[in-house]
Design a protein around this ligand. Structure first.
Ligand SMILES: NC(=O)c1ccc[n+]([C@@H]2O[C@H](COP(=O)([O-])OP(=O)(O)OC[C@H]3O[C@@H](n4cnc5c(N)ncnc54)[C@H](OP(=O)(O)O)[C@@H]3O)[C@@H](O)[C@H]2O)c1
Length: 321
């Protein structure tokens, strides 16, 4: 730890600084009173000031192209991996080989089903994160869907169906149809209609089977999830909303409201909004709408909550509110 201005600063290395989540993390870590970014890795950004890659970030750092062993050799207290799925293993192996002391936060899906890693969704499993050293940060849709279903688990009468729509930043920076502005113009693009990794993740996290159908929209950031749930018993909308309010009472990053939340209001916000809770009594079916910013509560803000918990800091330290 380095001492700066009287406070212990916790060194953080970021691998994947050119990505959308990487840029959010640079801004959050740089503004954090205790964490301090000591290196940022991107092959394409090598040699450029980090502030050029991440608009609005106040940092003097220059981007480096470090190999996994070089990342490990830096010996920072935290290494954040903000890389596409399937890329984490060499970094984790190099850090383990160097003694494994760093807290690793992996934003990809690579460790979300690994029992040796802690799954970082504080509002549902906070205890697991205190002092955690290997943290699998949840997926963006999976965060919203789990928070949107969990309070209703006790009255669930069948498989929830989650209709998800994400802004195209959810598809990352590697060019594809799902982040091609031309293909998305005046469009809504369904994809991965069965077997999306988040479908498995939601089911794994909640302990119930879930059907999830993702779509990508022409807006940049934000997710809206419309969740339809069969009910085992007759429950009114008011009673169901009361269950959600009770479940998230005291949770600063989860708001429960009567109105249907709109995705455009989620962009740039750090929390999740759950609303529009309605019940069809005849069909014994409830519908709930969840919105969040995929890059914040769906990724970077959640990573910061997890890092705070790992170091026994206040969970929301450095989260703008
Ligand atoms: N976007 C979202 O909304 C979101 C939300 C939650 C979780 N996630 C997860 O977070 C991770 C990062 O997503 P993202 O959208 O921010 O960025 P991304 O576009 O998936 O990744 C870009 C970053 O990864 C680096 N990179 C790409 N391939 C690499 C490789 N083979 N080896 C080393 N570095 C490589 C790139 O740097 P260089 O190519 O310059 O080296 C760049 O810094 C993904 O696993 C994603 O699934 C994303």
């Amino acid at each position: 730890m380095a001492r700066e201005g009287g406070a212990e600063r916790i060194g953080v290395g970021l691998v994947g600084a050119r990505g959308y989540t990487g840029a959010e993390l640079v801004r959050l870590v740089e503004a954090h009173p205790r964490f301090h970014l000591t290196f940022a890795v991107s092959r394409q950004g090598k040699g450029r000031p980090l502030s050029e890659l991440c608009a609005g970030a106040e940092t003097e750092l220059v981007v480096e192209a470090l190999e996994p062993a070089e990342v490990a050799a830096r010996g920072t207290e935290v290494v954040i991996l903000a890389l596409p799925n399937g890329q984490a293993a060499p970094y984790v192996a190099a850090i383990e080989a160097a003694g494994g002391r760093a807290v690793i936060v992996d934003l990809s899906a690579d460790h979300r089903f690994d029992a040796e890693w802690r799954y970082g969704l504080p509002e549902l499993r906070r205890e697991a994160l205190f002092g955690a050293r290997r943290i699998a940060n949840p997926g963006c849709y999976a965060t919203g869907a789990q928070l949107g279903i969990a309070p209703a688990l006790g009255v669930l009468g069948g498989m929830p169906h989650v209709f998800g729509v994400s802004g195209y930043s959810g598809a990352g920076t590697t060019p594809s149809d799902r982040n091609d502005p031309e293909k998305l113009r005046d469009n809504l693009m369904p994809y991965a209609l069965v077997g999306h990794v988040h479908e498995r993740e939601i089911g794994h996290g909640l302990g119930v089977e879930v059907a999830f159908v993702p779509h990508v929209a022409p807006f940049f950031r934000g997710i809206t999830l419309t969740i339809a749930m069969p009910l085992a018993t007759t429950v009114s909308a008011d009673a169901l909303r009361a269950m959600y309010q009770a479940a998230y009472e005291g949770e600063a990053l989860v708001a429960v409201q009567e109105e249907i939340p709109l995705v455009r209001d989620a962009a740039g916000r750090h929390g999740v909004t759950i609303g529009g809770i309605t019940v069809d009594a005849a069909q014994r079916r409830a519908v709930v709408v969840v919105t969040l910013d995929n890059l914040l509560k769906g990724a970077a803000t959640q990573a910061l909550q997890n890092m705070n918990l790992a170091f026994s800091l206040p969970e929301l330290l450095g989260v703008p509110r």
